[in-house]
Design a binder for this molecule. Sequence first.
Ligand SMILES: Cc1cc2nc3c(=O)[nH]c(=O)nc-3n(C[C@H](O)[C@H](O)[C@H](O)COP(=O)(O)OP(=O)(O)OC[C@H]3O[C@@H](n4cnc5c(N)ncnc54)[C@H](O)[C@@H]3O)c2cc1C
Ligand code: FES
Length: 261
Amino acid sequence: MVQKQFKARIKHNRRTGKDLYIMDLQTPDGIFVSKPGQFISVLIPNKTLRRPLSIMSHTGDSLQLLYKVRGEGTKYLSELTEGDTVDFTGPFGNSFELKTRNLLIGAGVGIAPVYYLKSAGTGVNEGVNNSETRLIAGFKTKDEIPADLLPSIDFISTDDGSYGKQGSIVDYAKSYIEEFKPDNICICGPVIVMKLISQIALEKNIDCQVSMERMMGCSIGACRGCVIKINDNGTIKNAAVCKEGTVFDARKVFYGGHEHA
Ligand SMILES: Cc1cc2nc3c(=O)[nH]c(=O)nc-3n(C[C@H](O)[C@H](O)[C@H](O)COP(=O)(O)OP(=O)(O)OC[C@H]3O[C@@H](n4cnc5c(N)ncnc54)[C@H](O)[C@@H]3O)c2cc1C
Ligand code: FES
């Protein structure tokens, strides 16, 4: 897949939760091609580093991003309006894979790539008979739930109980796994969420893919700024998250020195 630089027109840029926005971009039809799990890098005026954002959906010439305002770059994006243009490069990284019974888990803005995976599911999963894909998600509070995505989410928990079940999505993942019996789990969210859920998955011998997040520079594997150590069939090696990830088999990932083996 060839990465390119694009100038895309903003069709909508709307608030969908507290400090949370969905940006709908018009890309040149057929030229920008992406897969669920990939990200783009957005140019912010007067900033050296582009800001990486996961693709939340992409059909035809319509590309959607879900972003939380964190600092100057995302604040700048939140102030853009219909008709403005955004300069981005991409798509970068590898993608999630679907199998037969897929449990997709998103936490916070980590919902974006797994939502894309669920919505693209029929195409990605072509040829797999009797496949089923469910999406469950956890948020701190109701205000942080992207309202537009609610119809696609099969189960929600919030830390404060303001929407759905009260507690961390980690608390519910185990019983959801026991009930749904997935053969594949795909997770994107804070490291601790991915670590704890992938532990449950691997104890039960269920394939699990996690999307790692690192500070990104070049996004093409050249600057080595995003390198992590992975266990590749017993060999410890360096992997650039932007190129060999962001999606990794959970068995290969170390979390603060602790490996899932
Ligand atoms: C692969 C990937 C996908 C992401 N997808 C999303 C998404 O879909 N939605 C979303 O809201 N956020 C996403 N993020 C996080 C997003 O990139 C940061 O929130 C954003 O860059 C913050 O920029 P800022 O200028 O607003 O804030 P700043 O004040 O500049 O930074 C705030 C924090 O954002 C992070 N950050 C800043 N620049 C970068 C960079 N170049 N690379 C990585 N992290 C950076 C750092 O942790 C920093 O501490 C993703 C990050 C990565 C690595
Ligand atoms: S960001 Fe440069 S190697 Fe990954």
